[in-house]
Ligand binder design. Sequence first.
Ligand SMILES: [Zn+2]
Ligand SMILES: [Zn+2]
Length: 220
Amino acid sequence: MKLLNGIFPAQCVICEDLFVFEDQNLFCCSCLSAVKKEKVYYCRSCGNKIENCQRCLRKRFFDDIRIFKNNDRQITEILYYMKIKGFKNLSSTVSGIIKDDIKNFVKENKINLITYIPLDRKTLKERGFNHLEEILREIFPSFLIQDAVEKTRKTKLQMELSRKERLKNLKGAFRLKRDIKGKRVLIFDDIMTTGSTMLEIYKAIKKGKPEKVYGYLIAR
Ligand SMILES: [Zn+2]
Ligand SMILES: [Zn+2]
């Protein structure tokens, strides 16, 4: 017997309301429409939560960083279902949310190479895909996207460590593997917690002498 979606609604994993689903059966429309662009206060050189960050007065890192919204339950759940629970098709849901904003950012800054935070080989094999790459592929043509950096080893979850341990944990974990000389590079990540990962990737990218380095994050 053929089942019709409208007759058997799904239950939203965030708010637990019942809803009639179309392209995905995890999140209801009201939870999805709550995920939109917001004003976020942060340092545009390193992503730090303070707007005029002291560290960056002495030394500038990124040429500019764009953060789409503040972190909240909805975006955390959507990304969790995509990357940890393996719902690869959520790439179209996530890309639909940030598409216009990230495209504008790329255009404004004449970015000609987009890369993303890599996974170590073991984690990539277990998950089968890098969710950041999948999201980018929904938005940009292939020639713009490149796996410029590789992760040489597995690291511990940054959130669980002290500041000192975090730096040690990531030291030398990323290595540039493509020629990016003279390029205007964008580094893409989903949720920034401490910012150390973005800075480590930034350092790896800088070794390749790009013209500019930008950062784009969905939430912080
Ligand atoms: Zn909901
Ligand atoms: Zn800063």
